[in-house]
Design a protein around this ligand. Structure first.
Ligand code: ADP
Length: 410
């Protein structure tokens, strides 16, 4: 079975084509600048050492997906004889609200429900939907599955997902914590259990996803009980350009004092804050780490604040879980930054976290492994995430099932 995985953003489309017989990637790529000038596609098929770069006008998502399909079946770039060899398409959908606690076969009702969630993710759900609509037009017979970033966290209890606001805002407007990166937290927690050869359903796991966006999750017996992102992906950890937790009164103060509009505050908190805002140098941890700790005072400070917030959440989630068997680092920074992992895990012996500095130093670039000292009570692991593979696996499971519903857990 061949499964195409699509992740449609506002101006980009990421894709991977899987052969599910061995879960190998036949081809993958990225469409840049959809609907903008200077658009192009980076395409790579398995076994090819360099990517093919195609500079071409891409009018909209449908046009982008058409061009991806042309590449997948093209004479030089292709890996398929015809589109009939694509058995199903899996889509990353950012927000499923309270309607989806698992991946699902997409039909008219599901589409309506995803549209209803646009209010929660106005930048993300519309392009996700465009991807589904484009595939429906181009390949009307192919079954499509939606895999939601929020679904894994739907197991959170009200005590974890409610804000201290008047209850009517939850009832009427759905204002509550939803959490994101669920596909990644699900994948790496499961993989951690496999690596440690322990039953997933009996473990307490804390997963730390540090990419451009950052979030941390507390997983008890295979179920997400808390996570740091909330109603939107702005809450929680300090990120590349997002502020994470702040006193909500700060927004009001800034609006008043600087006469900022809602849009301006939104931009400030989402695009100009985080480690970029503190360092005033870069949102890319690689830049801030270059020459660390001698680079600059502000770069050091940004790293310290970034790591300190993670430490606080780890402490909180050990309390939430009443223990912790495994602490798992993943995504761009989590997988590749011994510096961040080192600062986060320093002086945590009281909580059972102790890492081996040598193992920490050499675990990166797609490597997975246990970086804790032999006697540490908590196993600290590095596990590369693979959200596309989870989407492909869910899609395969759902198109092969009678109910069209996923289990919600791996
Ligand atoms: P996304 O959240 O977009 O999926 P990634 O998981 O790929 O992003 O993470 C991107 C982040 O990973 C970037 O901010 C970059 O700073 C960070 N990163 C990548 N490689 C390294 C590295 N070697 N050291 C530190 N940070 C890294």
């Amino acid at each position: 079975m061949n499964i195409l995985v699509l992740n449609c953003g506002s101006s980009s489309i990421k894709y991977q084509l899987f052969d599910m017989r061995d879960q190998s990637v036949l081809a993958k790529g990225l469409v840049h600048r959809v609907g903008m000038s200077g658009s192009k596609i980076d395409h790579k098929k398995a076994g090819q050492s360099d990517k093919t770069v195609i500079q071409t006008e891409i009018l909209d998502h449908k046009d982008g997906i058409k061009k991806i399909l042309d590449l997948l079946t093209g004479e030089k770039t292709g890996v398929l004889k015809s589109l009939d060899q694509i058995d199903a398409v899996g889509h990353r959908i950012v927000h499923g609200g309270e309607k989806f606690a698992a991946s699902v076969l997409i039909d008219e009702n599901v589409l309506r429900a995803i549209r209803d969630c646009i209010v929660f993710a106005p930048l993300h759900n519309p392009p996700n939907l465009k991807g589904v609509e484009a595939v429906t037009e181009i390949m009307p017979k192919v079954r499509q599955v939606g895999v939601f970033d929020t679904a894994f966290h739907q197991t959170m209890k009200p005590k974890a997902f409610l804000y201290g606001l008047p209850y009517r805002f939850y009832e009427k407007d759905g204002i509550r914590r939803y959490g994101f990166h669920g596909t990644s937290h699900r994948f790496v927690s499961r993989r951690a259990a496999e690596l440690l050869k322990k039953p997933y359903e009996k473990m307490k796991i804390i997963t730390v996803h540090l990419g451009n966006g950052c979030s941390i999750a507390a997983i008890d017996q295979g179920v997400s009980v808390d996570t740091s992102m909330g109603h939107t992906p702005l809450e929680g950890l300090v990120m590349g350009t997002r502020c994470g937790d702040i006193d909500p009164a700060i927004s009001l103060y800034l609006m008043k004092k600087y006469e900022l509009s809602v849009q301006e505050v939104d931009n400030l908190l989402n695009k100009h804050s985080g480690v970029l805002g503190i360092s005033q140098e870069s949102n890319d941890l690689r830049d801030l780490e270059e020459g660390w700790p001698k680079r600059s005072e502000r770069a050091n400070l940004a790293l310290e604040v970034y790591a300190y917030r993670i430490r606080k959440y780890i402490g909180a989630y050990i309390a939430t879980l009443n223990g912790c068997d495994a602490l798992v680092f993943t995504a761009g920074v989590g997988e590749n930054s011994p510096i961040v992992r080192g600062i986060v895990c320093k002086d945590m012996e009281f909580l059972g976290i102790e890492i081996d500095l040598q193992k920490n130093e050499v675990t990166w670039r797609g490597a997975e492994g246990d970086i804790s000292t032999p006697n540490a009570r908590v196993r600290t692991l590095v596990v590369p995430t693979n959200e596309e593979l989870v989407i492909a696996q869910d899609t395969m499971e759902i198109v092969g099932s009678k109910t069209g519903k996923g289990k919600g857990k791996v």
